[in-house]
Write a protein that binds this ligand. Structure first.
Ligand code: GLC
Length: 474
């Protein structure tokens, strides 16, 4: 079976969030199961030069974007046995950031058409083109409306994965003719019209042969008004083609037994985890004391992640006698808040307003609790990584958080973390207090940590599910 994954990010080349992690790790798991899987992303200037210098230039041709004819180069690099292709156009992709430009519609319209045009040129005919998030939403649209008659494209199927429904790629209706070469008949509710504009996300949902999202619970949630971002009606209609497949995490990248950034440990060496903790406390000027519960927040600092709940009750949390460490960047108001909180809680709270992979690994290994009270969470990777390192997640029961974290049940001894349901700061506070209370009972605590570290969030089962889904399309 031949599969082409298309996305705007792929670790280790370019990554801004969980999407990049998934596009970096899913193909490795598929390859292991014997699939001929290849990946294509834009060739950003952001890609480290160590990779760029190794890329092989395959071909170049022109891509039509409305009345423009734009240069398109195809470069290739094999990474961990998977072929990655890179779409090269310096005008569109040699910029300081991956996203956030005035001509986003044009950049990704170009990318979408370039992907379709490149296939016969590199002589790769996938059985399924597997597209991810809004940046690839027009691929199935173009395929259906402009490529289908050509023999080469006749039997290619499409799968569209929604990683986050909030970001939809909505642009003015002029892009139809101007960038996509589509006539006005596409500007109707049943096609690309979204209010007075045109939506990439809607295109992907309507025109693809199947759609899925990254957890069962999120697949259900987005059929409701609260989570549906104004597409819930359509998603509800499509519910029979809408699957939920949980993401996995890369077991080599995140493994406390082999992690080069930490003092290595496993489920039976909780004491070693405590050495990581005291080292981190020293490094971040927190009081060095292994018996104070250390709560971690490793997250983009944006409303989705439930930062408002933390803002509402942070001082109450600190009054429980815990320590708190923050790592992440995002909206200025949140960054400012945590910087100020560090001054108020000297020696007990450490704010690190930055992104660092190495520090993230150290925090997973050192913390006792991992806070993730998201407003919504399609899948969430942080809680799965935390589980693997024995840092017990405290999460709100939404999306993938609900599907991966089971609240500790003191009667049965089951559970791998702590959960609450309502988006309410005091419910969260209550849950943190409950967790902190168990922390004092080492026997119970160690049991929950064992449960957590044994949770299986590898790609294995989910990769199988993707393969079944691909098969069902053929
Ligand atoms: C997005 C979602 C996150 C998910 C990730 C990968 O970043 O917000 O919940 O884990 O995509 O699918």
């Amino acid at each position: 079976m031949k599969i082409l994954l298309v996305a705007a990010e792929a670790y280790p080349f370019a990554k801004r969030g969980g999407l990049g992690d998934v596009i970096g790790s899913l193909p490795l798991a598929l390859k292991d199961k014997g699939i001929d899987v290849r990946v294509v992303i834009p060739k950003y200037s952001d890609i480290p030069s160590s990779y760029r210098s190794k890329m092989e230039k395959l071909r170049n041709f022109n891509v039509k974007i409305g009345w423009r004819n734009q240069y398109c180069g195809i470069e290739k690099l094999q990474h961990k046995k998977v072929d990655f292709y890179f779409i090269d156009n310096e005008y569109y992709f040699y910029r300081n950031n991956l996203y956030g430009y005035y001509d986003e519609a044009e950049r990704f319209a170009f990318f979408n058409r370039a992907v379709l045009d490149m296939l016969p040129i590199i002589d790769f005919k996938p059985d399924v083109i597997h597209c991810h998030d809004w940046h690839t939403g027009m691929i199935s649209v173009l395929l259906e409306s402009q490529y289908r008659e050509k023999e080469f494209y006749k039997n290619i199927k499409t799968l569209y994965t929604i990683h986050n429904l909030k970001y939809q790629g909505v642009f003015s209706r002029e892009i139809l003719g101007d960038l996509l070469g589509l006539d006005e008949s596409h500007f109707v509710e049943k096609k690309l019209k979204f209010y007075d504009a045109v939506s990439f996300m809607k295109g992907g949902i309507i025109y693809s042969d199947a759609i899925n999202t990254v957890s069962k619970t999120y697949a259900r949630e987005i059929q409701t008004q609260y989570f549906g971002e104004q597409l819930h009606g359509l998603l509800k209609e499509k519910r029979n083609d809408l699957h939920g497949i949980l993401n996995g995490i890369d077991g080599d990248e995140y493994n406390p037994r082999t992690d080069p950034y930490i003092i290595k440990y496993n489920a039976r060496m909780i004491k070693t985890k405590l050495i990581n903790k005291t080292k981190l406390q020293k490094k971040f000027a927190l009081e060095v004391n292994p018996s104070v519960p250390l709560i971690a927040l490793v997250s983009r600092l944006v409303p989705q992640k439930g930062i408002d709940l933390i803002m509402a009750v942070l001082d109450d949390i600190m009054n429980l006698g815990v320590q708190f460490i923050v790592l992440g960047t995002g909206e200025i108001k949140y960054e400012k808040f945590f910087r100020a909180a560090e001054l108020r809680h000297e020696g007990r709270l450490s704010s690190n307003i930055m992104f660092s992979d190495e520090l993230a690994h150290k925090i997973y290994a050192s913390s006792d609790l991992f806070l993730m009270p998201s407003l919504f969470e399609p899948c969430g990777l942080g809680q799965m990584i935390a589980l693997r390192y024995g840092s017990l997640p405290i999460v709100r029961e939404t999306g993938g958080l609900k599907d991966t974290v089971m609240s500790y049940n003191e009667y049965t001894g089951e559970g791998n973390g702590f959960t609450f349901t309502k988006y309410n700061a005091h419910d969260m506070l209550f849950t943190i207090r409950r967790a902190a209370r168990f922390y004092d009972n080492k026997k119970i605590w160690n049991r929950i940590v064992q449960n957590a570290m044994r949770s299986d969030n590898n790609w294995g089962i989910s990769a199988e599910k993707y393969i079944n889904l691909y098969n069902s399309l053929l």
